[in-house]
Unconditional design. Structure first.
Ligand SMILES: Nc1ncnc2c1ncn2[C@@H]1O[C@H](COP(=O)(O)OP(=O)(O)OP(=O)(O)O)[C@@H](O)[C@H]1O
Ligand SMILES: [Mg+2]
Length: 259
């Protein structure tokens, strides 16, 4: 059976003045997969998320979601269609409670046009229970630790009931135990909520283990695409990003044996 395409990024070019942040990038994302998006700082990963979510309009190319051209649609409309994201730099509304922050996800998400405040509250509470932040529901977001703030970003995105979830460095700044907890949560969310996920990540052993396929960006160009094993053995990726072959092989060794 062939896999259904959920998102198609076609020949996207995004410039900031003279800087070409994305140069003719093509990516297909299949329904139900976790796609890892990796590459050095400044490669264009967050810019691609901003193009997909409608924050930036590209100079060239098109983005199709569920076969609909979303390239020129405003962000709120794209969220309603079923794309939610987390931000690399966490930005909760600090003065609002954890529950209120999560309700925003539900109120602006897939059900935005027909959800009541009561239903949004219920959805937010369920989501906080799911991610393990329920005990903090009434605390102001400013009181959370970094790990909890990252989890709140995830909760807000999940409360929108997306089909496609864009995770921008969800694991950055976390300690190994927190990384493991977050990875388990992401896997559980994917399975229980039938999500498709694009995951931007610098924590290599994590993304190499959780993603089924990896795309590598470098200077705004896609330089490689393949299974984690293929990527860790691609000389151009080792040279541009992974550093030494020995280091790349370490990630391979940590990989589960391939069936
Ligand atoms: N709003 C903007 N205005 C001008 N330049 C920008 C803007 N956003 C991004 N850039 C530039 O575009 C390039 C790609 O940036 P981007 O944030 O997409 O990289 P990234 O791959 O997410 O990097 P990192 O791993 O550090 O988060 C960089 O050179 C960055 O300085
Ligand atoms: Mg980034």
């Amino acid at each position: 059976m062939s896999k259904a395409t959920l998102l198609s990024v076609k020949s996207i070019t995004k410039k900031f003045g003279g800087l070409v942040a994305l140069n003719n990038v093509n990516i297909t994302v299949y329904e139900g997969e976790i796609l890892g998006l990796i590459g050095p700082n400044g490669a264009g990963k967050t810019t691609l998320f901003n193009v997909i979510s409608g924050v930036y309009k590209p100079e060239g190319g098109r983005v199709f979601f569920d076969s609909v051209d979303i390239t020129r649609k405003p962000p709120h409309q794209i969220t309603r269609m079923g794309i939610a994201r987390t931000h690399q730099i966490v930005k909760p509304f600090n003065e609002m409670t954890v529950l209120e922050n999560t309700m925003i996800g539900a109120l602006f998400g897939r059900l935005a046009s027909r959800i009541t405040m009561g239903e949004a509250r219920k959805k937010a509470l369920e989501t906080l229970e799911f991610v393990g932040l329920i005990d903090n529901a009434d605390a102001p977001a400013s009181k959370l630790t970094l790990h909890e703030k990252k989890t709140l970003e995830l909760a807000r995105a999940l409360a929108a009931e997306p089909k496609l979830l864009l995770l921008d460095e969800e694991l950055a700044g976390l300690n190994p135990k927190e990384i493991e907890e977050s990875l388990n949560l992401i896997k559980q969310a994917k399975d229980e909520k039938e999500l498709t996920i694009i995951m931007v990540e610098h924590v290599m052993h994590a993304v190499m283990n959780i993603a089924e396929r990896i795309v590598v960006l470098h200077h705004g160009e896609k330089i490689a695409e393949g299974t984690p094993m293929e990527i860790a053995n691609t000389p151009r990726v080792i040279e541009a990003y992974l550093g030494e072959k020995e280091l790349a092989l370490k990630f391979v060794k940590k990989l589960k044996p391939q069936k």
